[in-house]
Design a protein around this ligand. Structure first.
Ligand SMILES: NC(=O)c1ccc[n+]([C@@H]2O[C@H](COP(=O)([O-])OP(=O)(O)OC[C@H]3O[C@@H](n4cnc5c(N)ncnc54)[C@H](OP(=O)(O)O)[C@@H]3O)[C@@H](O)[C@H]2O)c1
Length: 367
């Protein structure tokens, strides 16, 4: 064998070994560690935590240290929280690649939950935007707990007066995702045709209402049992995915927001106008590359076709929370709530979310 082939083979073997080692390291799941000991003087609160990766069985309701607000933070007494698929991605550390950020072997941060609504219980010395007693909603890791601290310039806003804490807690991740997918990635304009695939879920129920408020013609795709609900929140047309494949209807949309990833990008191309936009919000589950396949294909396909294909990653934003607050205050968006669980029942709430058939949002109410 020529020397250059030997070198190439050696490099390939080393690369293979490196990928295998990285795969083994990031997929390793360590045993659950006991809760760290706290001094007798520590002020405590109840919180749902996850000290290792795994199924909802790893979740535990613990007494942990109650946080104190820094100078630029507010302390919120949580009244309600809501569940997102993100919570079980964190809990399982899946897809494994996310463990590069959340912790190899076990989560570096045991706290769970993001979306919250509650009452400001204390403010740091530099806080000017909020005061004790304000009713607020927002997003911050550790929301499945009695208290959470949030920087005043981060994802926290005043709760609209006409919304309950449960309704407000439903909003942050799902509402912001829907808003940013339609407005920023989808560049939705009044009169355009938009199709929402996964219209009955957390993100979908916000997307239908927000798209309608933008003056778009909205088509929602959901299963038979959710057709009436999706129509009732403002969809002009509904498609039952159990009987009809929207990519074969012959109708072209200016924008498709996809929460499901159950049709190929080429099939979706048929359902787009020649300069239409396809926004990937969610897709198939999987520990390895299954969830990344459509975003990778979109990157490859987009430069060669007139349509735009791309994945979006929602960013928590105070401004967008305020926009959603205004839409709720004006009656243009009303969160759809499926079920409510207590803090001690978060494992059941997440099990239900993992089934993938939530009807709007799943709420956690703190007693
Ligand atoms: N990119 C981001 O920044 C971002 C942000 C938030 C969420 N996400 C992702 O977006 C996805 C949706 O999130 P979510 O909070 O809306 O989830 P969810 O509340 O669990 O909703 C899932 C919905 O999907 C529907 N569905 C299942 N199979 C379907 C099909 N074949 N066709 C149409 N609809 C179908 C279900 O409706 P039926 O019961 O009628 O089947 C259910 O209502 C998840 O994958 C999540 O991880 C991404």
């Amino acid at each position: 064998m020529k020397l250059r082939y030997k070198i190439a083979n050696g490099i390939l073997a080393l690369l293979g070994l490196a990928i295998l080692s990285l795969g083994l390291v990031i997929s390793h799941t360590a045993d659950c560690e006991p809760a760290p000991a706290l001094s007798g003087e520590t002020e405590l609160m109840k919180a749902m935590v996850s000290r290792c990766y795994g199924s909802p069985d790893v979740l535990a309701l613990e007494d942990i240290a109650k946080p104190a607000p820094a100078d630029d933070e507010v302390l919120v007494k949580v009244v309600a929280a809501s569940v997102n698929p993100l919570d079980w991605h964190y809990m399982r550390g899946s897809p494994y690649l996310m463990r590069l950020g959340t912790g190899l072997g076990a989560p570096t941060d045991a706290s769970m939950g993001v979306d919250f609504a509650g009452t400001v219980a204390a403010v740091g010395s530099d806080v000017t935007r909020f005061k004790v007693g304000d009713e607020v909603f927002g997003g911050r890791s550790g929301a499945f707990a009695e208290y959470v601290t949030v920087r005043e310039d981060r994802a926290i806003a005043l709760k609209p007066a006409n919304m309950t804490f449960q309704q407000a807690a439903a909003v942050p991740i799902a509402g912001i995702t829907a808003l940013q997918a339609l407005r920023d990635n989808g560049k939705l304009q009044p009169g355009q045709k938009v199709l929402i695939n996964g219209a009955s879920g957390g993100v979908g129920t916000f997307a239908v209402q927000i798209a309608r408020s933008f003056g778009a013609e909205v088509t929602g795709v959901c299963s038979t049992r959710n057709l009436e609900m999706v129509r009732s929140i403002g969809a002009d047309h509904v498609i039952d995915y159990t009987v009809e494949n929207y990519t074969e209807s012959g109708i072209e949309y200016d924008l498709i927001i996809d929460m499901v990833g159950n049709h190929s990008l080429l099939a979706n191309r048929r359902a787009l106008t020649p300069d239409g936009i396809f926004v990937i919000v969610g897709g198939p589950k999987g520990d390895w590359i299954a969830p990344l396949m459509n975003p990778i294909k979109a990157l490859v396909l987009s430069p060669f076709v007139g349509q735009e294909f791309g994945m979006m990653l929602a960013k928590m934003s105070q401004d967008d929370l305020s926009i959603l607050g205004d839409l709720m205050q004006d009656g243009k968006v009303t969160p759809v709530i499926d079920r409510s669980y207590r803090l001690s029942e978060v494992a059941d709430a997440i099990r239900y979310s993992e089934e993938g058939h939530a009807r709007g949002k799943i709420i956690v109410t703190l007693e």
